[in-house]
Write a protein that binds this ligand. Structure first.
Ligand code: SAH
Ligand code: AVI
Length: 337
């Protein structure tokens, strides 16, 4: 028997848990069968983000029309240090980090306080988690990374609390990609991850004039249109599909009553497409649409109400100078005094 070292063994600096290896494909098949059988047809936005989709989203964040990323970066640069000083987290859990470019505004002040810091990125995209783990280990000495390839709608309960103060960040406005019911379920589950001193930091896009909103989702370079069509390529690759992205137009418009952008793919002509793995032929009428994403826009009072309904209390609200985007800090209701 090999001799065992005595004393504490330092945990590895990087650990990755993959919860989705089979699950992603299983749920893709079920979701696509269900979504493309509905009227109107619908697909979940979580399937945009294969490697190409993640790259296209990165390009979107740099488009002149797509202001949310720059606006949120402006807020984080201004208040990131203050938020860390107030909340004193030792663990940062980030839901849907993507490339985690903005996360430095939280990690830098966390690490500069000294002591051990753990970063827990949870993303459905394996490429995103692997990529940022590699980049951040290079960038920070002493940062522990516990990456989780998982679905933040299903896998949050798997994130064991290590007893140290936790900040859960949900940046970019991704909360807006849920409808009201999904938000309530998600916020309630996220509340369940928080101890009395833990905090939730959420980025949300704000209600504003139709022109600026619609421009952000109809960029002149056509990147958002390619991002939208990418969901069809994801189906083709993973489910032996024969959907033809070029037979669909990208559609994005602001619904003022629902306060949300709706993204759709509209069939240019009547046609059918085979999805081999589902043994399914999908028929599209001319002009028929698949809803691929909603992106809800918020006001402070609406978000405060939604937090309260999930057992959370809005503690702080920060916007960019042009008031396009907000970062809100919340904690468990009744335990934050
Ligand atoms: N937070 C980043 C990225 C936003 S894009 C930013 O602010 O720029 C949305 C990210 O959430 C993508 O990385 C995508 O892969 C991830 N994502 C979408 N749905 C998800 C789900 N259900 N579970 C986990 N990650 C998800
Ligand atoms: C990730 N999410 C917040 C983006 C949004 O604005 O709703 C996704 C996106 N869709 C089109 N452009 C960007």
């Amino acid at each position: 028997m090999a001799a065992c070292a005595t004393g504490a063994v330092a945990p590895p600096a990087v650990k990755i848990d993959v919860h989705l290896r089979d699950g992603a494909l299983a749920s893709l098949a079920d979701d696509v069968r269900d979504g493309l059988s509905r009227r109107p047809k619908e697909l979940s936005p979580k399937y945009f983000y294969d490697e190409r989709g993640s790259q296209l989203f990165e390009q979107i964040t740099r488009l002149p029309e797509y202001y949310p990323t720059r606006a949120e970066q402006e807020i984080l640069d201004r208040v990131g240090e203050h938020i860390v000083a107030e909340t004193q987290p030792r663990e940062l859990v980030e839901l849907g980090p993507g490339s985690a470019r903005k996360t430095h505004a939280l990690l830098d002040p966390m690490l500069s306080r000294g002591g051990e810091v753990t970063y827990v990125p949870v993303d459905v995209s394996e490429a995103a988690v692997m990529g940022l783990a590699e980049r951040l280990t290079g960038a920070y000495d002493g940062l522990r990374i516990h990456g989780v390839v998982g679905d933040f709608e299903q896998d949050l309960e798997r994130l064991a609390h290590n007893g140290r103060r936790r900040l859960v960040a949900f940046l970019g406005g991704t909360l807006g990609n849920f409808d009201r019911e999904q938000r309530r379920a998600f916020l309630t589950r996220t509340r369940g991850m928080l101890g009395p001193h833990d905090r939730l930091l959420v980025g949300t896009d704000l209600v504003k004039d139709r022109g600026r909103l619609e421009a952000a989702y109809n960029d002149s370079a056509g990147v958002t249109a390619e991002f939208n069509r990418n969901v069809l390529r994801v189906i083709n690759t993973n489910l032996d599909g024969e959907l033809e992205p070029e037979r669909f137009d990208h559609v994005a418009f602001y619904d003022e009553d629902e306060r949300r952008i709706e993204m759709r793919l509209r069939a240019r002509e009547q046609h059918s497409a085979r999805i081999g793995a589902l043994e399914m032929d999908v028929r599209f009428d001319e002009g028929e649409e698949i809803r691929t994403e909603i992106s809800c826009k918020f006001t402070r009072s609406q978000l405060a109400r939604e937090y309260a309904a999930a057992g959370l209390e809005l503690l702080a609200w920060h916007t960019d100078a042009a008031r396009r985007f907000a970062l809100s800090l919340a904690g468990p209701a009744g335990e934050t005094a």
